[in-house]
Design a protein around this ligand. Structure first.
Ligand SMILES: Nc1ncnc2c1ncn2[C@@H]1O[C@H](COP(=O)(O)OP(=O)(O)OP(=O)(O)O)[C@@H](O)[C@H]1O
Length: 485
C-alpha cells in the first residue's frame, strides 16, 4: 500500500503486518477498518509464539502522518476523546482502554506519529450478527447489555455519539460492551442536558435533528436522545433483516427518507414480522423529535425490557427473518453494509509522496485512454488560507481517491496531488459514491473521474464533487470496479 497507488486499490490492513511490534504488544492479524482507524488483534510480547489463546488485545491504529493539519487535528481530537474517556470511566459494559502508544517510525511517513489505542479485545461486533437469525431471548440479552452500557454512559454525563452495530462488541464470554469513544461528548449546560461534538458521526445513525443542527464554534449540539435514536436503528437492524427502517440505496437517500419521516411527510414503516414488544420499543426510540424521544431513556428502556411479556411461540423464533429473499443478500454482506453505512467523515488530504505537477495537459492520460475527456473542472479548496497561496505548499494540497466507493482516507489516494485552481480534465460524474463532508460541513456523495498525468501510476482518479464549484455537463460514470480491500 505504500508503493505507487494504482486503480486496483490498496489494502489498509497491510499498514501493520503480523509480527509488527507495538511497544509491549505484537500484531497478530487485522480485524477491520473504520473511517480513521484500522484495528488489529495483538498479544503481549512475552507470550509471542507460545501457542493459542494469546490474542488478548485490540490495537486501534490512527495514522496522522500525511494528513492536512485540519485532518490531523481531527484524528488527534478523536484519540484525545478516547483516552480522556478511557481514563475517566470504567464499567463492565464498556470496552476498557489499556494503554496508548505513539509509533516512532522516522523511515515510514505513514506510520510515524500514528496513535495506537490498546484495548481489550472482543470476539466480534453486533454487525456480524445482523441478519443471521438471532433468537429472541438472545437478542433481548444483547439489548439489555447495550442499554446497561448506554444507561451508565448517560448517568455519568456522556453521550456516545456514534452508537451503531460496529461499535457494540461481543466478548468471548458472550457479554456485550460498547466501544469507539472517539466522539463521546461530556454533557454540559446548566442542567447537564447537552454537549458539543465535532460534526462527525455515521449518516445512517444520525437523528433527524442532527441533519439540520447548526455548527457553532464548539461543534454541534448533541443530547443523550441522539444515542437513543441510534439505538432504535440498531435494534431495528437486529430484530429485522439487518437493513435500515428508512428506504434508500445510499446513506444520503436514507437520510432524506429520515427527514421526510421527521417532517411528517412519511410514516415510519417497520417490518411487520418483528414482535410487537420490540416494534413498540423501536418506535419509541425513533420518535421524530428530541422532545418526543427524551422520555425514553436508556434506564426506562431497561426497565421496560425487564418487564416484557414472556415470548410467545411467534417471538421465540429467530429475530432476523433469515429466510428473506436472496435480493437482500447484499444487505447482509458485511462489506456491503460497511460501504452503505458510510462514516460521516471529513476529507483526508495526505501529502505523503506528493508529486507536484503544474497543470494537466489536455490528453495527458496514459496510452490506455485514447478517448478525449468530456469536460474540465477547477479544484476548489475550502480553506481560505490555501486559496490565497500560490506556492503549492504540500499542506494545501488535496487528494484524489483511488476508489470513490471506499472511505476517503490516507490509503485511498493516488500519489498525485492537486491544489486550489488546478484545472482537471473530467471523464464523467458518479452520483452515488462514498458520502464526503468537507471542513464547512457541506456534504455530497458525488465524484468526478479525472485524468492524471502519464507516469503517475494510475491514469485516472476521483475528485469529490465538493472539491470544485464547477458543474460540467459530463456523462454519468459506469459503476466503478470495486478495489481490493
Ligand atoms: N476492541 C475491539 N475488539 C475487537 N474488534 C474491534 C475492537 N474495536 C474495534 N473493533 C472492530 O474493528 C473495526 C474497526 O473499528 P473502528 O472503531 O475503527 O471503526 P468503525 O467504528 O467501524 O468506524 P468509524 O469509527 O470510522 O465509524 C470494527 O469492525 C470494529 O467492530
Amino acid at each position: 500500500m505504500r508503493g505507487p497507488a494504482d486503480t486496483s486499490g490498496s489494502d489498509r490492513a497491510e499498514l501493520l503486518p503480523p509480527g509488527y511490534r507495538v511497544d509491549r504488544w505484537v500484531v497478530t492479524e487485522p480485524i477491520g477498518s473504520g473511517g480513521w482507524a484500522t484495528v488489529y488483534a495483538g498479544r503481549p510480547v512475552e507470550e509471542a509464539g507460545e501457542g493459542a489463546g494469546q490474542e488478548s488485545v485490540a490495537l486501534k491504529v490512527l495514522p496522522t502522518a500525511g494528513l492536512s493539519p485540519h485532518q490531523a487535528r481531527k484524528v488527534a481530537e478523536t484519540a484525545r476523546r478516547e483516552v480522556e474517556f478511557g481514563r475517566r470511566s470504567s464499567h463492565p459494559r464498556l470496552i476498557r482502554l489499556l494503554d496508548t502508544v505513539v509509533l516512532g517510525e522516522p523511515d515510514d511517513p505513514l506510520l510515524d506519529g500514528a496513535i495506537v489505542l490498546v484495548m481489550e479485545r472482543a470476539e466480534r461486533s453486533l454487525r456480524d450478527l445482523l441478519g443471521t437469525g438471532v433468537r429472541e431471548a438472545e437478542a433481548a440479552r444483547l439489548v439489555t447489555g447495550i442499554c446497561e452500557g448506554l444507561a451508565h454512559l448517560h448517568r455519568s454525563g456522556w453521550v456516545h455519539g456514534d452508537l451503531k452495530p460496529d461499535n457494540i462488541l461481543l466478548m468471548a464470554d458472550g457479554s456485550v460492551k460498547l466501544s469507539d469513544f472517539g466522539l463521546v461528548t461530556p454533557l454540559t449546560g446548566t442542567h447537564g442536558t447537552h454537549g458539543y461534538a465535532p460534526p462527525m458521526g455515521t449518516f445512517d445513525y444520525l437523528p433527524p435533528e442532527r441533519w439540520k443542527a447548526p455548527l457553532g464554534e464548539r461543534g454541534v449540539e448533541v443530547r443523550p436522545s441522539a444515542d437513543i435514536w441510534a439505538l432504535g436503528i440498531t435494534l431495528y437492524e437486529l430484530f429485522g433483516s439487518g437493513s435500515s427502517p428508512f428506504p434508500g440505496a445510499t446513506p444520503m437517500a436514507r437520510g432524506a427518507a429520515t427527514q421526510e419521516y421527521a417532517d411528517g411527510r412519511a410514516p415510519l414503516r417497520l417490518d411487520g414480522t418483528i414482535a410487537p414488544f420490540w416494534r413498540a420499543l423501536v418506535t419509541d426510540c425513533l420518535a421524530p423529535t428530541h422532545a418526543a424521544r427524551a422520555p425514553h431513556t436508556a434506564e426506562s428502556l431497561l426497565a421496560r425490557i425487564g418487564r416484557r411479556p414472556a415470548p410467545g411461540p411467534d417471538t421465540a423464533e429467530p429475530s432476523g427473518p433469515s429466510g428473506r429473499s436472496a435480493s437482500r443478500g447484499a444487505d447482509r454482506n458485511p462489506v456491503a453494509l460497511r460501504r452503505r453505512r458510510a462514516a460521516f467523515m471529513t476529507l483526508a488530504a495526505c501529502a505523503v509522496g506528493a508529486t507536484i505537477w503544474p497543470h494537466l495537459a489536455p490528453g495527458s492520460a496514459s496510452g490506455a485512454r485514447a478517448d478525449e475527456p468530456t469536460g474540465r473542472i477547477k479544484v476548489f479548496n475550502v480553506e481560505r488560507t490555501c486559496r490565497d497561496r500560490t506556492d503549492r505548499d504540500p499542506e494545501c494540497s488535496l487528494g484524489l481517491a483511488i476508489d470513490p466507493m471506499r472511505p476517503y482516507t490516507i490509503d485511498n489516494v493516488v500519489e498525485t496531488r492537486v491544489w486550489h485552481g488546478d484545472e482537471l480534465a473530467v471523464d464523467c460524474r458518479l452520483a452515488d459514491g462514498m458520502p464526503i463532508i468537507d471542513e464547512t460541513d457541506a456534504h455530497s456523495a458525488a465524484w468526478y473521474r479525472v485524468r492524471i498525468p502519464r507516469g503517475s501510476g494510475a491514469s485516472t482518479a476521483w475528485l469529490p464533487a465538493i472539491r470544485t464549484k464547477d458543474r460540467p455537463s459530463v456523462p454519468d460514470c459506469p459503476p466503478p470496479t470495486p478495489s481490493r480491500r
